[in-house]
Design a binder for this molecule. Structure first.
Ligand code: GLC
Length: 572
């Protein structure tokens, strides 16, 4: 294989620590639990783990409101446990990246407590303070973006919840303090970071008001009731317009360059991947981030060949404009989005969930075979689905509880309808505990303990690790096999991408090629068989690499894919 960096060859797996594995039996995931599952992760075939925040936090935003950047949340363990985890992962050849939240801290962080205590304390300028709200900006989670702090008689700015005040990155002391935390983890040996919400770090210096005639609750409500294409298009415009002065503002590139130099002071290839889809954050291809997520790929209700082809066309062109070496990064699921198995099910659209399993396999085949580093989300490998929490008092995602309260109190929406909407917009549905076994609480925690979020009862109908491990045709076994195929075939990791556009709209067909190997990827997204004559394309098969079905012929002159087949052939 060409001289690729580890993160270019790796398959990443996101661990949401609160829900992954509970080692001490208190209903909350922890490092002891994760350590016990390292062999599972290794066997699955993942090469790197991204850990969602594991820092102390009052959990207003499920860990993304951090009150100490250089510690471990007590419910997850301690630094000693973290080090055991890190070493355990490294010993098994897996890399570890952490979540780095630069934009904001918790309102309980000592920096903020000091900053808000008076107008003239040493940290008075560490956050964004004003005498009175200068505009109509909204927080994307909970109403007005400016909140009053009686202690200093001023308002502070927060793009997310009021418990997540934005740091003032115009202050050099903030840089020093945050880079101190970055070095703290790099010194321990972590291999990089996933950068949270980088687009939100700076605001429009002119503080221009947005032009939308609604507040956040009003806009969410409008989004929920929009039905016609025109109404939906209007809502989409409003969302963009509402936050345009609070996102993607000048200053981010310089900041990322500074962070890059901190990482470059370390040995190994410490890496940065940004929670943003703007490829310009790759800088010149070496001086800012290593990767940004291809979020546009997942922003669809239906994953179709047409959608994927268009996405790749645009994405690879955009990356190419940055640098010939700019590296792609594909994902379809994470802790902020409806789970793949639910999102790409046809059940929502046509009431037919009969082929959900096949569609989940196709989704994985897409992220593992397209050009770029794949990121998987814990639980997708066993087909975990969204689990709607119908009782609003059990919601843990405060973005949803805030919306529920507004629907009830201000918009006077019927309580059952308000609960339904809150459950479906809440991210709790895709963060429920990992389903390890067909046992009470899915084996996540003891049966007499209440897990922090309810467990999806479908663990008892096969959606659990233990049963799928024993079943050669389970989704989990499929994940393992396809991951091995990817690893064993350099063209799938580093090859160029050549779409084959002319043949059939329900099939995604492309070649991944290096100088030494070429793989033909054929994915049938439909419930009908599809036949091809590839000899017209001057292709001959050298070896069959994988098929999701039993196939006895791989003749490229008349290759028939069965419904939903995933077939990978080495060709020349
Ligand atoms: C990112 C995280 C999300 C969090 C937000 C605020 O988008 O992925 O979970 O709520 O940042 O930190």
């Amino acid at each position: 294989m060409r001289n690729l960096k580890w993160w270019q060859k790796a398959v990443f797996y996101q661990i949401y620590p609160r829900s992954f594995a509970d080692g001490n039996g208190d209903g909350i995931g922890d490092f002891k639990g994760i350590i016990e599952k390292l062999d599972y992760l290794k066997d699955l075939g993942v090469d790197a783990l991204w850990l969602s925040p594991h820092f102390p936090s009052p959990n207003w935003d499920c860990g993304y409101d951090i009150s100490d950047f250089e510690e471990v949340a007590p419910e997850y363990g301690n630094l000693e446990g973290f080090n055991v985890f890190l070493k355990g992962a490294h010993d098994r050849g897996m890399h570890i990246i952490l979540d780095l939240v630069l934009n904001h801290t918790s309102d309980q962080h000592r920096w903020f407590l000091e900053s808000k205590s008076s107008r003239d304390n040493p940290k008075s300028d560490w956050y964004v303070w004003v005498d009175a709200p200068p505009n109509n900006w909204q927080s994307c989670f909970d109403g007005p973006a400016w909140t009053f702090a009686p202690e200093r008689g001023q308002y502070f700015y927060h793009y997310f919840m009021k418990q997540q005040p934005d740091l003032n990155w115009h202050n050099p002391q903030v840089h020093q303090a945050m880079w101190h935390a970055v070095r703290f983890w790099l010194d321990l040996g972590v291999d990089g970071f996933r950068l949270d919400a980088i687009g939100t770090i700076f605001e429009d210096p002119a503080l221009t008001s947005h032009p939308v005639p609604l507040d956040l609750a009003g806009l969410r409500h409008l989004s929920d009731i929009a039905r016609t294409p025109e109404e939906r298009a209007q809502v989409e415009i409003y969302w963009k317009e509402m936050f345009k002065y609070q996102l993607g503002q000048p200053g981010i590139h310089e900041l990322l360059k500074e962070l890059r130099t901190v990482l470059d002071g370390y040995d190994g290839d410490r890496m940065l991947v940004g929670e943003d889809d703007d490829v310009t954050y790759l800088g010149n291809g070496g001086d800012e981030l290593d990767m940004v997520f291809n979020f546009p790929l997942m922003r669809t209700d239906l994953l179709t060949p047409e959608w994927i082809i268009k996405n790749q066309q645009e994405r690879l062109a955009a990356l190419g404009a940055v640098s010939p070496d700019a590296w792609a990064c594909n994902t379809l699921g994470n802790h902020d989005n409806s789970r793949i198995y639910t999102r790409y099910s046809l059940a929502r659209l046509s009431g037919d969930g009969a082929h959900d399993g096949e569609r989940a396999r196709l989704a994985l085949a897409v992220v593992l075979t397209l050009r770029g580093t794949p990121f998987l989300y814990n639980g997708e490998e066993i087909g975990m689905t969204d689990y709607l929490i119908s009782d609003p008092s059990c919601l843990r995602d405060n973005m949803a509880t805030w919306y529920y309260d507004h629907l009830m109190n201000d918009l006077k929406v019927d309580p059952a309808e308000a609960a339904r909407r809150a459950a479906s917009m809440s991210r709790d549905k895709n963060r429920t505990p990992m389903q390890w076994r067909n046992a009470p609480n899915a084996g996540f925690c003891p049966k007499d303990i209440s897990p922090w979020l309810p467990v999806n009862p479908n663990y008892s109908s096969g959606v659990n690790v233990q049963e799928q491990e024993k079943d050669p045709v389970s989704l989990l076994s499929f994940y393992r096999s396809l991951m091995r195929i990817r690893k064993a075939n350099p063209a799938l990791v580093e090859g160029d991408y050549h779409p084959i556009l002319t043949l059939a709209s329900d099939c995604l067909l492309f070649r991944r090629s290096t100088a030494d190997q070429s793989v033909l990827v054929t994915l049938n997204f439909s419930e009908k068989p599809a036949s091809f004559n590839f000899s017209e394309l001057n292709m001959q098969m050298t070896r069959a690499l994988f098929s999701s079905t039993e196939r006895n012929t791989t003749d490229l002159r008349h290759l028939t894919l069965v419904p939903f087949e995933i077939c990978l052939l080495e060709v020349k």
